[in-house]
Design a protein around this ligand. Structure first.
Ligand SMILES: CCCCCCCC/C=C\CCCCCCCC(=O)N[C@@H](COP(=O)(O)O)[C@H](O)/C=C/CCCCCCCCCCCCC
Length: 237
């Protein structure tokens, strides 16, 4: 628990006080279908990614996280903080430039709004940097959901989650966060509870819906990854 408290303290410094999700408990109920539908809306006909639906997808996932208990708060707070930064850009005076990830990248790069190196720049929370953090987490999600989809009744969510994390997001986290995340994974509920919280129906229905969700999430990830790679944005500090 020590690691979790330290990590929560570490995170709280960067978490904004205005939370994105402030509705009542019923509005907070998670539905995998809702998340899937939102990620489907993310991609335009010409493969642009809508920021509005991207953050809405993450909001849905945060609902899931919040239903797992307080031990995961330090993780969901960070996601909420990053969602809020992007929502603020979308609702701000330059909002028209933040409609898609492609237009955001173009706008921020053309106007020198991204700190590309560690040396104290004046845009520590650019849209590009913020979205990159969620983008890396999306890879974890893709790997985790694929493991969940192909899992068997006795598979452990903690192991699937840790394996997906070690294969992706952990490479971008310092030791303390890795340890705290590792401890949080140990108290994840089992596969039956996970499936129940998804509000889809029986295990077969969950697996079928995951079969739709994973390629969709994969596509959003791939488009973003290519865009960031083309613009040398994959390592923004
Ligand atoms: C379909 C249902 C099943 C899956 C539901 C998953 C629900 C996931 C919801 C939220 C995921 C959290 C996303 C976390 C974003 C992390 C972004 C990040 O890397 N932030 C770090 C870097 O930020 P800066 O300091 O550079 O601004 C930050 O330091 C990290 C802080 C918190 C720790 C993040 C640990 C991530 C573990 C991800 C696995 C979550 C396990 C949940 C299991 C349901």
């Amino acid at each position: 628990m020590l690691f979790l408290s330290v990590a929560e303290h570490y995170m709280s410094a960067s978490v904004q006080s205005t939370m994105v999700d402030s509705a009542g408990p019923e509005a907070q109920k998670f539905s995998l279908k809702e998340v899937l539908d939102t990620f489907k809306l993310c991609i335009s006909e010409n493969d642009e990614v809508f920021v509005e639906h991207y953050v809405a997808g993450w909001r849905g996932l945060v609902k899931f996280m919040n239903s797992l208990g307080n031990v995961f708060t330090f993780i969901s707070k960070d996601a909420v903080s990053k969602i809020q930064i992007l929502v603020n850009f979308l609702n701000g005076e330059s909002g028209a430039h933040y409609v898609t990830i492609q237009s955001m990248v173009r706008y921020e790069l053309d106007n020198g709004l991204v700190d590309l190196s560690k040396k104290g720049g004046s845009h520590p929370e650019s849209g590009c940097r913020t979205l990159l953090r969620l983008h890396r987490a999306l890879r974890w999600l893709e790997l985790f959901l694929e493991r969940l989809r192909t899992s068997t009744e006795d598979s452990k969510t903690s192991v699937m989650c840790a394996d997906a994390y070690n294969e992706s997001l952990s490479q971008h986290h310092p030791w303390l966060i890795r340890k705290a995340a590792g401890m949080a994974f140990c108290v994840l509920p089992g596969r039956p509870t996970f499936f129940e919280v998804m509000n889809v129906g029986n295990a077969e229905a969950v697996v079928a819906m995951l079969g739709d969700a994973v390629p969709m999430i994969s596509k959003v990830y791939k488009i973003t990854e290519e865009l960031y790679a083309q613009n040398n944005l994959l390592e923004i500090p």
